[in-house]
Every structure is written in structure tokens, then in C-alpha cells.
Write a protein that binds this ligand. Structure first.
Ligand code: COA
Length: 177
């Protein structure tokens, strides 16, 4: 029997969703989560681009954001409602950020991730991000190091091919409306 595909919509985040974002934020990041004011600030920042993933009933199930500055984008966050992890929602959100980068001729992406965060590191590696080094003690709550990850030029054939292959596979696994 064919596995049931989950359906989602990815739309620009709205300020009225911030309370729901905070619920996922607290669950997904624990002690070291952003405040409500940080999200209000982000949604008022012209450089910032945030997305919400919504289930067919309009419930928030994940979100992601980036800052775009000239030809670079910095991924600031990607989080998925914990009971819905490993269903490709995080990947769909990363895919949306990359799609925007292609559309806006952004060539390079960077991000920081906790060195212990294997799920996130695997997600980024799946899309061709590489480690560039660490920032020592970057996370103040436990003094953990951040891994700095980076893409080469995403318009290079090698990266584009990986993106397209992942995107085709993703569309087989979930319905992105
Ligand atoms: C990281 C996160 C966004 C991934 O979202 P998700 O929807 O659960 O992941 P997906 O189902 O889309 O997985 C896509 C890929 O990510 C990697 N991945 C995700 N979870 C993983 C896990 N638990 N172990 C290993 N790899 C994992 C795999 O490469 C996976 O591809 P595959 O399914 O072909 O193996 C999610 O774990 C999360 O919200 N974590 C808490 C917040 C956080 O740490 N965000 C990152 C900050 S930099």
C-alpha cells in the first residue's frame, strides 16, 4: 500500500502567527530559544525573509528564515513541530529558501549550527553545504561551539543538480501546495 503523503503549504510568515511560532520554538530549541520580540523584529526587517509551513487545516507545523544581503543569504532558523519531525517538512522549508535564492540571484548561503545538532547538519549536507570551521563557545547557554556551514556558488552545475535531484525526490515524498 502506498504511504500517505503529507501535504503542506509554505507561505510568508505573518505577525499573527508569532504566538504559534513561539510554541514550536520553545519545544524545538529548549532553553535557548528566541523571544517573541525577536520574531517581531525579524518580520519588520527588510533583509529578513521568513516562511511558515502550514498543514491543510492551516496549523503551523514549521518555519524558517534567512537574511538576504546582496548575493549572500544567511539562514537564521529552521524548525519543525517536534511530533512531525522526519516527515520532510524541514527539507521543504530549506528548499523554499533555496528556491528564493535562485529567483533573487543569491549565490552563497551560510549558517551556524550547534556542533551536536546532527539532524540539522545532515539536512544541510544533503543539500551540499560544507563545514568552514567553528566559532568557539558561540552558544551562550552551554558554551557550545557553532559549526559554520557554507555553500559554494549555488548556480554551479554540481550544486544545481543536487538541488534539482533532491527537489524531485521531495515532491515524490510530500505534497507542497
Ligand atoms: C533540523 C530539523 C529542522 C529537520 O527537520 P525535519 O522535518 O525533521 O527533517 P526532514 O524530515 O525534512 O529531513 C530531511 C533530511 O534531514 C536529515 N535529518 C533530519 N532529521 C534527522 C535525524 N534525526 N537524524 C539524521 N538525519 C536527519 C536527513 O538528511 C534527512 O534526509 P532523509 O530523510 O533523506 O534521511 C528538525 O530536526 C528541527 O526542527 N530541529 C530543531 C531545531 C533546529 O535545531 N534547527 C536547526 C537550527 S540550525
Amino acid at each position: 500500500m502506498e504511504k500517505e503523503k503529507i501535504s503542506l503549504k509554505i507561505l510568508p510568515m505573518e505577525k499573527c502567527q508569532i504566538d504559534d511560532v513561539l510554541k514550536i520554538e520553545e519545544e524545538a530549541y529548549g532553553d535557548h530559544h528566541w523571544s517573541k520580540d525577536s520574531f517581531y523584529g525579524e518580520l519588520s526587517n527588510d533583509l529578513a525573509h521568513y516562511y511558515s509551513a502550514l498543514d491543510p487545516d492551516g496549523n503551523l507545523i514549521g518555519y524558517a528564515g534567512s537574511w538576504r544581503i546582496l548575493d549572500e543569504a544567511h539562514i537564521t532558523t529552521i524548525a519543525v513541530k517536534p511530533n512531525l519531525m522526519r516527515k520532510k517538512i524541514g527539507e521543504a522549508l530549506l528548499n523554499q529558501i533555496l528556491k528564493d535564492c535562485y529567483k533573487n540571484e543569491v549565490k552563497y548561503l551560510t549558517l551556524e549550527v550547534r556542533v551536536s545538532n546532527k539532524p540539522a547538519i545532515s539536512l544541510y549536507e544533503k543539500y551540499g553545504f560544507k563545514s568552514l570551521g567553528t566559532r568557539k563557545g558561540y552558544y551562550q547557554n552551554n558554551n557550545e561551539d557553532a559549526l559554520i556551514m557554507w555553500t559554494e556558488n549555488i548556480f554551479w552545475d554540481k550544486f544545481k543538480l543536487l538541488y534539482q535531484q533532491n527537489f524531485e525526490k521531495l515532491k515524490e515524498d510530500i505534497n507542497i501546495q
